[in-house]
Design a protein around this ligand. Structure first.
Ligand SMILES: C[S@@+](CC[C@H](N)C(=O)[O-])C[C@H]1O[C@@H](n2cnc3c(N)ncnc32)[C@H](O)[C@@H]1O
Length: 263
């Protein structure tokens, strides 16, 4: 007799999936044991669609986020931003104002609002899909009273002051995108990935905007970009306070402040 899980695992392995058994189990659960639904899920996964787009959800900072094509799937590396903010702003009761530029699913903003119960924040994204998904996630997580989302181009036309500015901008070099896994290059939105010729296009736009906004900025960067990104921030007149490493030891988050704030 055929075993649906074993058969699916073999099909996913043949399609070049790294963890075929794990993916088959997750998709079996997500299909609620319905064989027809499971079959559709396996066809999609064998075509290299990410599991998170098939199940419609991804965990980040132990919170569940709805995701769909059109919004980046939250990555564990990005949790380094949350760790860095918690280290630098230890008072959990502070009424902090948080700005999340390029909010995507809203994962960074929501994680911070969940850690600081008196904080409030704004997420901005140029993608209308991301704006809708992030707003839905804040609502589902019970954070909509303290967090809002709007469409926009980075910090353009923004007033108000913020204590913390977070961003995980697109930072992959354009030429490197073709070599990424099919799950990423064929399914995740290009505007969430493509950082231009050297990966730093967004950083060059963000740095002067951060200088104007004040506050402390926590900006995610790609592997090998720390020195160049720090130079861009310094040129914009920001003080690079430190660079936080991710769990693999890769310099991942540039933490910068305005000189005014540091005086
Ligand atoms: C790498 S994704 C990060 C998403 C989410 N913050 C996360 O960490 O999972 C970058 C996000 O920046 C947004 N973005 C790209 N260009 C933008 C721009 N000019 N203004 C605002 N957001 C932009 C993309 O739509 C995408 O949602």
């Amino acid at each position: 007799m055929s075993d649906p899980l074993r058969d699916a695992t073999a099909r996913l392995a043949a399609a070049g999936i790294d963890n075929p058994r794990l993916d088959a189990r997750v998709l079996w659960q997500a299909a609620g044991g319905d064989p027809a639904r499971f079959e559709t899920f396996i066809i999609r996964r064998a075509a290299r669609e990410p599991v998170a787009y098939i199940t419609g959800q991804k965990e980040f900072w132990s919170l569940s986020f709805a995701v769909s094509p059109g919004v980046l799937i939250p990555r564990p590396d990005t949790e380094t931003i949350i760790d860095a903010v918690l280290a630098d702003f230890p008072d959990r009761s502070a009424a902090l104002r948080v700005l999340d530029l390029g909010t995507g699913s809203g994962c960074i903003l929501a994680a911070l609002l969940s850690e600081y119960p008196n904080a409030s924040g704004l997420g901005i994204d140029s993608s209308q899909i991301a704006q809708n998904i992030a707003a839905g996630n804040l609502e589902r997580l019970g954070l909509a009273e303290r967090g809002s989302v709007r469409a926009g181009n980075w910090a353009e036309n923004l007033d108000g002051s913020f204590d913390i500015i977070v961003s995980n901008p697109p930072y992959i070099r354009t030429a490197d995108i073709a070599a990424l896994e099919p799950e990423v290059k064929d399914f995740e939105p290009a505007q969430a990935l493509d950082g231009g010729p050297d990966g730093l296009d967004a950083v060059r736009v963000l740095a002067p905007a951060l200088k104007k906004l004040g506050g402390t900025a926590f900006i995610e960067i790609g592997a090998g970009q720390a020195d160049s990104a720090a130079a861009v921030f310094a040129y914009a007149g920001l003080e690079v306070l430190r660079i936080a490493r991710d769990l693999a030891g890769v310099p991942r988050i540039v933490i910068a402040g305005t000189k005014k704030q540091l005086e």
